[in-house]
Design a protein. Structure first.
Ligand code: NAI
Length: 409
């Protein structure tokens, strides 16, 4: 069980793996000065000793946060993954220890959308193959299979954050936008929903995938889907490597069923820049191959630094767990003039009643109370008068099932 009270000078923040300096700035601007940064992930022993008195941890994808590591981080309050994915963190172990985990799911949305737009323009003009030929000394001056974007139809599969941005940008070029999504989505601009996935495939000049990796999206673009695709279409995948069946794509390219493709994500990607990239697509000049860099821009890195550190600062100052990936989400207002007691406990019947019994027995006046639970954890936040906070706080820690308590002044 952990108990913490907020004193910004004592709160130790560890930011690893070369997280963008924008993150450190957010902490410092808010008065946090006990910040350790490292350009890379730390070796295990060093990581454990660094975390032994750390309150907040920021990582990217390389640091593995396991249940075992958490045993060496008794004061850890929250973790920020300064990236999109959170697979590197044991989300159940962190939750059971009362540690919310935050990430930045949308900070690179614009970066992906811009890349897709650039690729569709280049592919409609046949630039990739003409450029590759020129590198070999061949001069392919021709307008054959070279098109403007204006008036062409873009089919977006997965009309979420990235899909909608792509749609807006494409419309500004004069493209007609249609989309297919399993959810009912608000159409932005003049976009319209396609009647079906097949209809989208057969009526789009460019098809771009922006779906998550799920059992349903695995090989969504398979041999049958390629048969539905319009002759001479262009295919773009900057979503997940499992979505497009590479063998079927290779076949469609060999048969010249499609004019070209841009692929940023692959079923098997090299683990490092030292490893060779192997793919049957390497032989096709009319395929833009990029090493999963759809979201990799300076702006996205800076945005991620700001987005995640702001979530950590908010949790530290105010207790808000909004958009945490493993924790009951509580969006909390400010608590000016009050003390805020945050109580994280195993979700069992009667804990809230026991908490309120404590307040009642200590004659504490509750000015606001918030409760969020999931199947494992309950999160109760109570705003009370400053005069009575300390005595109630001590008793609250003793309630059976308590995982962690914090008092925010
Ligand atoms: P999002 O969650 O905002 O949107 C995904 C959309 O796909 C949702 O509207 C959802 O309803 C829809 N969808 C889910 N299953 C579907 C199905 N079977 N058929 C049709 N629609 C379906 O996600 P966001 O942020 O737009 O990201 C989209 C993809 O882009 C994700 O796979 C993400 O991992 C990937 N991504 C790739 C990057 C890169 O570097 N290439 C960078 C960032 C994200």
């Amino acid at each position: 069980m952990q108990t913490e009270s907020l004193d910004k000078n004592k709160i130790k923040i560890v930011l690893l793996e070369g997280i963008h300096p924008s993150a450190e700035k957010v902490f410092r601007d808010d008065g946090y000065n006990n910040i350790i940064t490292a350009p890379k992930s730390l070796p295990e022993a060093e990581l454990k000793s660094t975390l032994s008195d750390a309150h907040f941890l920021g990582i990217r994808s390389r640091t593995q946060v396991t249940a075992e590591l958490l045993e060496h981080a008794p004061k850890l309050n929250a973790i920020g993954c300064f990236c999109i994915g959170t697979n590197q963190v044991d989300l159940t172990a962190t939750k059971i220890k009362g540690i919310p985990v935050f990430n930045a799911p949308f900070a690179n949305t614009r970066s992906v959308a811009e890349l897709v737009l650039a690729e569709l323009i280049l592919l409609l003009r046949g630039v990739p193959q003409k450029s590759a030929a020129a590198h070999r000394g061949e001069w392919q001056k021709s307008a054959t299979n070279s098109y403007e974007t204006r008036g062409k139809t873009l089919g977006i599969v997965g009309y979420g954050h990235i899909g909608t941005q792509v749609g807006i940008l494409a419309e500004s070029l004069g493209m007609q936008v249609q989309y297919f999504d399993i959810e009912n989505k608000l159409a932005l601009g003049n976009a319209r929903p396609a009647d079906s996935y097949q209809q989208l495939l057969s009526t789009s000049d460019v098809v771009s995938f922006h779906v998550p990796e799920t059992p349903e999206t695995k090989n969504m673009m398979d041999k049958t889907a390629f048969e539905h695709l319009k002759e001479g279409a262009i295919l773009i995948n900057a979503s997940r490597g499992t979505v497009v069946d590479i063998e079927s794509l290779s076949l469609a390219l060999s048969n010249q069923k499609i004019l070209g493709a841009a692929i940023d994500v692959f079923p098997n990607e090299p683990k490092s820049n030292q490893e060779e990239f192997l793919s049957p697509l390497r032989e096709f000049d009319n395929v833009i191959l990029t090493p999963h860099i759809g979201g990799s821009t300076k702006e996205a890195q800076a945005n991620i630094g700001i987005e995640v550190s702001e979530k950590l600062v908010k949790y530290s100052n105010n207790g808000s767990t909004l958009s945490s990936v493993n924790f009951p989400e509580a969006a909390l207002p400010s608590h000016a003039g009050k003390h805020r007691i945050c109580h994280i406990h195993k979700n069992a019947p009667g804990v809230l009643a026991k908490i309120n019994e404590v307040f009642s027995s200590k004659s504490v006046n509750i000015s606001a109370q918030y409760l969020q639970t999931d199947e494992a954890v309950g999160y109760v936040v109570t705003d009370i008068d400053q005069t009575s906070s300390d005595k109630a706080f001590e008793v609250l820690r003793q309630i059976p099932g308590t995982i962690r308590t914090r008092i925010l002044y």
